[in-house]
Design a protein around this ligand. Structure first.
Ligand SMILES: Nc1ncnc2c1ncn2[C@@H]1O[C@H](COP(=O)(O)OP(=O)(O)O)[C@@H](O)[C@H]1O
Ligand SMILES: [Mg+2]
Length: 239
């Protein structure tokens, strides 16, 4: 595992007058799988959108590989190696699988490597290869989530951020999508920031995890530490 590549420093993020994040701080090391956990409305999506550059914090900083990127536009962050699989997948239902991938690969590097990237994502998700000329809106929920992840992968990220990839999937598929984090890290060398409400499964794949509650990090640790925590057991694991 490498050194720190992402640092979120005391970010305070607002929607108009409504404050969603109250000084959230955490870091991700290169090659790690870090889970950001919490219930609905905790601020997980807001955190990812701030790292992506879709929201700008009122206070605090986002530091990427040692540089302050707090005010760098979103598309440049993609060029810098930060890709985001958005909540709700963000695919284009009326474009084919292939077209969805092609439009996602909009940076110079992604365009240059597109043929190679296509092979990579089609090998990773054979269903997408079979359905490459099918409209994305006609795919099953699980296939749409694979496509959403593939769209981020063709951008050739260093850090892949996934926002609730298991949402809306049947339990077995939900588990598989979360487990995919391991493959992406081990076989493709990615660093993963996984946002999930599915605490039980996420703790099985993560190296470290943070728990967000109403805009604040309330707990952090290794899965072993968190699984022993009485609060986590009661509130998130139902034990
Ligand atoms: N576009 C928005 N406008 C106003 N409030 C929002 C908006 N998006 C999210 N919020 C509020 O910010 C808080 C955090 O939301 P979010 O980051 O989506 O949480 P999570 O992803 O953990 O479910 C919630 O109280 C939510 O209602
Ligand atoms: Mg969310």
């Amino acid at each position: 595992m490498g050194g720190e590549i992402l640092r979120v420093e005391s970010i305070e993020v607002f929607y108009g007058e409504f404050q969603a994040l109250f000084g959230v701080s955490f870091h991700v090391n290169e090659g790690e799988i870090v889970a950001l956990l919490g219930s609905n409305g905790a601020g997980k999506t807001t955190t990812l959108r701030t790292i992506s550059g879709l929201l700008v914090p009122r206070r605090g900083r986002i530091v990427w590989k040692g540089s302050d990127i707090t005010h760098v536009p979103a598309y440049k962050r993609v060029e810098m190696g930060i890709s985001h699989v958005p909540e709700g997948r963000g695919i284009f239902p009326k474009l084919t699988v292939y077209e969805n991938l092609r439009v996602a690969a909009y940076t110079k590097r992604a365009k240059e490597k597109f043929q190679e990237s296509l092979e990579m994502v089609y090998d990773l998700f054979p269903r997408l290869r079979e359905r490459r000329n099918q409209l994305a809106g006609t795919l099953s929920g699980g296939e749409q989530q694979m496509l959403a992840i593939a769209r981020a992968l063709v951008q050739r990220p260093t850090l892949l951020m996934m926002d609730e990839p298991s949402l809306g999937l049947a339990p077995k598929l939900a588990k598989e999508v979360i487990m995919l984090s391991r493959r992406l890290r081990d076989e493709y060398g990615l660093t993963i920031l996984l946002v999930e409400q599915n605490v039980k499964q996420s703790l099985k794949v993560a190296d470290r995890a943070y728990v967000l509650e109403t805009g604040r990090i309330v707990l952090e640790g290794t899965p072993e530490e968190l699984e022993k925590n009485p609060k986590i057991r009661e509130a998130y694991l139902g034990i």
